[in-house]
Design a protein around this ligand. Structure first.
Ligand code: ADP
Ligand code: ADP
Length: 230
């Protein structure tokens, strides 16, 4: 089905900047769409409108057929996992506790939350018996991002928003993370919007690639079409 639908969405900031300009596009259930383009062309604004960190000035966004403004905000957050470039982990909680935060918020029992957290850490390639009891400052940057992905998946949300999640790690680690993410996505099949300014990353990960320019999507196609374009 059409899982995320943007209908004529415009975002103007109070200072008059039009960040997103009459944008209409659809993302299918289980599809991974990468948003690529230079800095300042509206990718992050697009993304943040989906979980209502930013409200559109015009137009509307549907999630699984429902206008997101009609969805209870708590439910909306539970349905949407969010991963950013520098994931904020609680410094005084262990990796396992950080990952189990969402299950705890959902009211799960401690033991069940910890079992779920351990599963998620396995899923993102961190052995919970090795890393579970470490603190965030005892991890590499790449490992912290993995914990961020695990935590975003904790409530099993149908939608994942990822904003340059691998942008701050070195190229070798980034390639590892990309491979792991592809493997993970093959398993969990989330509906994903993935922002990057790196065209190689966009092509590598995306089922389709939304090529941005100045608040608009100039092309929305599978990788082969984007690469083949003149
Ligand atoms: P990208 O993610 O592609 O780098 P953004 O969505 O962050 O682009 O920004 C799009 C445009 O909106 C840019 O011109 C940016 O400066 C502007 N912008 C972003 N956030 C704000 C804000 N809070 N107030 C005013 N302008 C903003
Ligand atoms: P990555 O390739 O995942 O970014 P790094 O090269 O940064 O990894 O780190 C290599 C190893 O060193 C990792 O296994 C990581 O767990 C460990 N490590 C990094 N920083 C620390 C730290 N402050 N304390 C303990 N171990 C660390």
């Amino acid at each position: 089905g059409r899982f995320i639908v943007f209908e004529n969405v415009t975002k103007r900031y109070p200072d008059g900047t039009t960040a997103v300009d009459d944008l209409s596009f659809e993302v299918a259930e289980g599809e991974l769409v990468t948003l690529v383009g230079p800095s300042g062309c509206g990718k992050t604004t697009t993304m943040k409108m989906v979980n209502r960190l930013i409200e559109p000035s015009e137009g509307r966004i549907l999630l699984d057929g429902e206008d997101i403004r009609a969805v209870d905000p708590v439910r909306l957050r539970r349905h949407i996992g969010y991963v950013i470039q520098q994931v904020g982990l609680f410094p005084h909680k262990t990796v396992l506790e950080n990952t189990a935060t969402v299950p705890r918020l959902l009211g799960w029992q401690r033991a069940k939350g910890r079992r779920r957290a351990a599963e998620l850490l396995e899923l993102v390639g961190l052995d919970p018996s090795v890393y579970g009891d470490r603190y965030p400052d005892q991890l590499s940057g790449g490992q912290r991002q993995r914990v961020g992905v695990a935590r975003a998946l904790a409530a099993d949300p149908p939608v994942l928003l990822m904003d340059e999640p691998f942008g701050a790690v070195d190229p070798v680690v980034r390639e590892h993370l990309q491979n792991e993410f592809l493997r993970l996505q093959a398993e969990v099949r989330k509906t994903v919007l993935f922002v990057t300014h790196d065209i190689e990353e966009a092509v590598r990960l995306g089922d389709r690639i939304a090529v941005y320019g100045h608040g608009r999507i100039e092309q929305l196609d599978p990788p082969a079409r984007v690469l083949g374009a003149p």
